[in-house]
Design a protein around this ligand. Structure first.
Ligand code: AHR
Length: 322
């Protein structure tokens, strides 16, 4: 099946729903612990003294690109001593190697966006033994909370619940939906799937669920296989897609890369977009400086997020930051 046939079939019959990589509604910003250039308390470390390690998990989506930009831009704005940035290409072993190199180097703080939830205990223990605080960023880890200082990110389960609420509204008499899931074993996919199932009305059945690994390239063949197997409209009436990129992969060339979720709503592809904010840089560095100075931090910092709809998409699109 060609991409255009995939697109037109979906356009005609589906209620596509994507997780939005968004920054418009409620930016994840707090006042920095110490604004750039402000005098520090006597003896306290400043941003200029701080080396922060960010073993980014990959570059799989527009969300990730925006998250990387937020970290790099905030590091530059605050004038930190060094940002040790790497791209693990969605491989946990690469993230662990990068963390070990940072521990060896003796960085002040590690901010870790984990590709998957499990398998972090050993390296978190190594960081703890080296007295390097770790902030888990974006997705969660399953490791004991005593092994890291805090988590900053979205409530992925709530995002899934919000997606379910949209389907409950759109399919009041029930029906069947498909799920195009994110990276298997990732906190984002696990949380969204769990929240979705917990709030989906019992008269709506999840007909099938497959991973597209949060990428456009991997989502397209999954969507094509779905459409070979199930008839839109007759067999299923909606698709829950775990991020914008996979939604865009499924509809292919109909929308731009950046601000794609909003464009997809303007174009009539998505019926709702659940926000997941990637602009975490200011919060990460604010917390990092507090940790470096031995100040207390909240163990869990959740991002304020909302749901967007097509009726406002056109108006909001020019205000989107990416
Ligand atoms: O962990 C956040 C998710 O990761 C975003 O929803 C997705 O776009 C990204 O790849």
């Amino acid at each position: 099946m060609t991409a255009s046939r995939v697109s037109s079939t979906i356009m005609a019959a589906l209620l596509a729903l994507a997780m939005l990589a968004s920054c418009g509604g409620a930016p994840a910003t707090t006042a920095p612990a110490q604004p750039a250039g402000a005098p520090a308390a006597a003896g306290a470390k400043t941003y200029k003294d701080m080396t922060l390690c960010y073993p980014q998990l990959g570059a799989e989506s527009d969300w990730r690109t925006a998250n990387t930009a937020s970290i790099k831009e905030t590091a530059t704005t605050l004038g930190i001593k060094q940002l040790v940035f790497s791209d693990a290409q969605q491989k946990q072993e690469n993230q662990i190697s990068a963390m070990r190199a940072c521990i060896q180097q003796g960085v002040d703080v590690i901010a870790l966006p984990p590709v998957v939830e499990d398998g972090w205990d050993a390296v978190l223990n190594e960081a703890k033994n080296a007295k390097i605080p770790v902030i888990v960023v974006d997705r969660s880890v399953s490791a004991d909370k005593s092994l890291y200082a805090a988590h900053i990110g979205s409530n992925m389960s709530l995002e899934g619940e919000r997606a379910a609420a949209e389907f409950n509204k759109m399919l009041p008499s029930g029906g069947a939906v498909l799920e195009l899931s994110g990276t298997t074993g990732s906190g984002a996919a696990v949380g969204r799937a769990k929240g979705f199932r917990s709030k989906l009305n019992p008269n709506i059945k999840i007909l099938d669920s497959q991973t597209g690994n949060f990428t456009r390239a991997e989502a397209l063949p999954v969507m094509q296989a779905f459409l070979k197997k199930y008839k839109p409209g007759a067999d299923f009436q909606g698709i829950f897609i775990h991020n914008d990129d996979m939604g865009i992969g499924a509809i292919e060339a109909s929308v731009d890369g950046t601000r794609g979720g909003f464009q997809a709503m303007v174009d009539g592809w998505f019926q709702a977009d659940v926000e997941c904010n990637p602009l975490l840089g200011p919060q990460v560095f604010d917390m990092a400086l507090k940790l470096v100075n031995g100040q207390p931090v909240d163990a869990e910092v959740l991002t304020n997020e909302t749901v967007y709809y097509p009726d406002k998409a056109k108006e909001l699109l020019p205000t989107r930051k990416y």
